[in-house]
Structures are given as structure tokens and as C-alpha cells.
Design a protein around this ligand. Sequence first.
Ligand code: HEC
Ligand code: HEC
Ligand code: CA
Ligand code: CA
Ligand code: CA
Length: 451
Amino acid sequence: MRALLPLTVLLTACASPIAELEDGEWLPGGDTTNTLLLGSNAFLRPAANLSPENEGAFYGGNSFFNDAWVEAPASTQNRDGLGPLFNARSCSGCHFRDGRAAPPEDGRGPMVGLLFRLGAQDGTPDPVYGGQLQDIGLPGVPAEGTPVITTTLVPGTYRDGTPWELALPDYTFEDLAYGPMDAATLVSPRVAPQMIGLGLLEAIAEDDLLALEDPDDADRDGISGRAQWREDVVTGQLALGRFGWKGDAPNIRHQSAGAFNGDLGITSALFPVDDCTDAQAECLAEPAGGEPELEDRLLDRVVLYSQAVAVPIRRDWDTEGVLRGKRLFGRIGCDGCHTPSYTTSSSDLPELEGQRIWPYTDLLLHDMGPELADGRPLGEADGQEWKTPPLWGLGLIPEVNGHSRYLHDGRARSLEEAVLWHGGEAEASRERFTRLDADERAWLLEFLASL
Ligand code: HEC
Ligand code: HEC
Ligand SMILES: [Ca+2]
Ligand SMILES: [Ca+2]
Ligand SMILES: [Ca+2]
């Protein structure tokens, strides 16, 4: 019997349903990880290793991120110039507690943190409504319209017979104040994602991500990730698109200045004109709050802030259920797009460099099937493609934001529904998920919730 023991141990080790705990995986942001605050404040800490000077700038940026902008002219000259058309008065209006937004319960706008990008097949903005629908206006400036969501329940069943129901959204606009939208205009709904770890994603070496591309699916696993290429407004050069649900923006400065402009109606050196079209006379006639409205040094602060919000430590990273779930995540092919880990390269913030991080994304574009499609191409992405989002922090959204809505438009009402919505290149992986038994599904979801 004694001689058999090592063999048994070996056999169970090979067939182990439990994944190994990897060094440091419970600290998804490496040395930057927030290990101090969890619960509803889990996304409010600066990177743990920030220098005192950068930490000061972080808190400056933090208040600027939370402060409401006001109509120009006003005595608060640093913060006037709101609108004339806008979606929110502050960044945190949508990125509440640096977490994520959700569609409204009753499905009617004005929406908080769910916005609609507009444009034709070739990318041209709507001639009347521009590149984004703003559902609020200053007094005397009609809001562009009210988005309305109607949902249809779509049933399905797991192989073990357990039923599910997904809520398929449809979007329409009421009270369009400037006449009909152009017939060619396509609509892309986008929910505000969590603000954690963004500087770390920016610091992943481009080569590490490009090495994951497989445009012709040479390895025949059904997955063909491609890079998004976008013009960087800072340099004018094409750069890898990493931010936004279709990899819309190549870096945090571009994305943040774009948000000031499109979401708040605040001009900057990068986006110097307010988002009014020729058809919007009241919008064009409003006074500006400066030329531009946002000074560079204030943009710098908000950019630093957006780069340095810490990723929280994982909660139950080593329970049996989570480790079983982690193994299933690999076994059914989720890691074909949600690449677990990288070591970061260069960053404006030296604190973010050389960190082993665990974001679970390849930041590449994937065809996710017709049901998730917005039908609106952008850059390299066609109307069915989305960028793989990072999975870190997702399990904390219920505590931070009081809801559990996921995916680009917040249609999924739980992590489970988010998985069931996967199609296209992820269809095989989703299919394998539906063939798991109830315990296995629960472990996989426990693993996701622990990230
Ligand atoms: C109206 C709601 C809204 C407001 C206000 C808003 N955002 Fe966002 N934010 C979004 C949405 C939606 C996205 C996803 C954008 C996309 O897919 O194109 C986003 C994405 C981002 C991202 C990239 C995150 C990622 O993971 O890709 C950054 C950085 C960001 N916002 C910063 C800001 C800053 C800074 C402000 C204030 C100037 C701001 N946002 C104001 C809704 C908003
Ligand atoms: C082919 C690439 C691919 C595969 C394989 C894949 N995903 Fe995804 N995943 C994505 C993309 C792209 C999205 C965003 C889709 C959207 O928002 O419409 C996403 C979204 C998600 C989300 C929601 C994220 C958020 O921020 O709302 C979760 C959770 C998730 N995936 C888990 C999984 C799990 C679990 C598996 C394995 C069963 C899996 N994914 C397999 C590409 C993939
Ligand atoms: Ca303005
Ligand atoms: Ca508009
Ligand atoms: Ca492949």
C-alpha cells in the first residue's frame, strides 16, 4: 500500500478539479492594489504605492472628478462652461463611486451613465444630433431627446433542464427636439464602466497585446482577436485602442478630454469646440466658459486621477469553490479572450510600471454575435465586435453601486446573464458553460465574483 501512495497523489494532482493558486493573484494590481478599503468604498483608493506628491495630485483630481460644473458665466471660473448640451454635470455623475452605471429601472431617460453614440456606417456623425445624444440642456436649450428602453424576455435552458430568461433591450428616442435623426444614423448604447486600474491597462506593452492577435484564427479555436487602431488626438498618430467598449480611445488623456467634451460640454485644448451642430441654434448661441473651458493643468489632474484609482484586493481567492471555478474558467475557454495576467511596461506614473497585474482581458476586438451587436462600426471594429472588458472588480459592483448590471449596455442582470449573452467567437465557450452542472456553474460564478 505504501508504494501506491505517491501514485495516487500524482493521479489526483493531474486530474485535480482545483486550480493552483498563483503567486500574487489575490493582488490584481500588484503593489498598487487597494488592501485597505472594501465594501461600498472599494473603488475609492489611490494606487497604494503612489508617491506623496502624486497622491496629492490624485486627491486634487478626485475632487475635480466629483465637482459639478455650472453654466457660464459664473464666479467659479474653474468650473463654468457646462453644456449647452450635456449628459451629466460631473464625471462622477456617471462613474458613481468610481463604479459602473446601470440602465434605469423604468427604462426611461434622462439616463444616468448610459449614453448613446450616434453615427453612420462610415463613421459620420448625425447631421443634426452629432456624435452623441445629450439628454439634458441648459435653460433655453432643448435637450436632444429622451431615450426609452423596452425589453423582451428571451428564454433558454441549461442542459440539466434549469431554465433562464434574458432581457433583450430595444432602444427608441422620444421628444427628439430638432426633428428626426438621419435615416442612416446608427445608435450605440454604452454604460459607464468602473474606473479602477485604468493606468495599469494603459501600461501593458503594445507588443504583449499584439502577440494575442489571431485575425485569421490560425490556431483554429474559433477566436480571432484583432487590435483596434485609433487616431490619438494628443499625437495625431494611430495607436492601439484600449478604452471604451469598442476600444474607442487609445489612452486615458484622449478618453477623459473626450468625456469632458461629449458628456459635460466642456471644451479643452484637445477638443476645442462644444458639441453643437449647425441645426442647434440655441446651443451655438450660448456663451462659453473660457477658451478653452478646461485648463490643461486641471485636465492633467483628472488624467492622473483616472490612471491611479486602485484595483481592490480579491476577497475569497483561495476557497475550494473559487479555485474550482478558476479551473473551469480555463477549461471552457473563457481565457481565450479574458487573458488573466500581464507584467506592466512603461507609464507616465513610475508607480504603475513593472507590476504583475490580473485584469482578465486581451483588450482586443471580438465578434460577439448578432444579439450583442450595436450594428455601428467604429475604426477597425465592425457592428458585431466589442473589446474584451477587464473582469477585475466586477464582483464588488453590487456593494459599490447597488446593482448587478453588466455588459456594454448593462442589459445583463447578473454575472450569469453576462456569460449567457456571449455569442459569436465566444459561442463555443458559452455552450460549454450551459453544459456544466449546477455546482460547476456556481463555482465559475463564485470565481468571477471573487475578481
Ligand atoms: C454621461 C455619463 C458619463 C460621464 C459624465 C463621464 N463618463 Fe466616462 N465613461 C462613460 C461611458 C459610457 C464610458 C464608456 C465609453 C465608450 O464605450 O465609448 C466611459 C468611459 C470612461 C473611461 C474609460 C474606461 C474604460 O475602462 O474604458 C474613462 C477614463 C472615463 N470614462 C473618464 C471620464 C472622465 C474623466 C469624466 C469626466 C470628465 C467622465 N468619464 C464622465 C460615461 C460617462
Ligand atoms: C471571444 C472572446 C470571449 C470569450 C471566449 C469570453 N468572453 Fe467574456 N466578454 C467578451 C467581450 C467582448 C465582452 C463584452 C461584450 C459586451 O459588453 O457586449 C465580454 C464580457 C464579459 C463579462 C461582462 C463584463 C462587464 O464588464 O460587464 C463577463 C462577466 C464575462 N465576459 C465572462 C466570461 C466568461 C465566464 C467566459 C467563459 C464562459 C467568457 N467571458 C468568454 C469576450 C469573451
Ligand atoms: Ca461648454
Ligand atoms: Ca448631440
Ligand atoms: Ca484563434
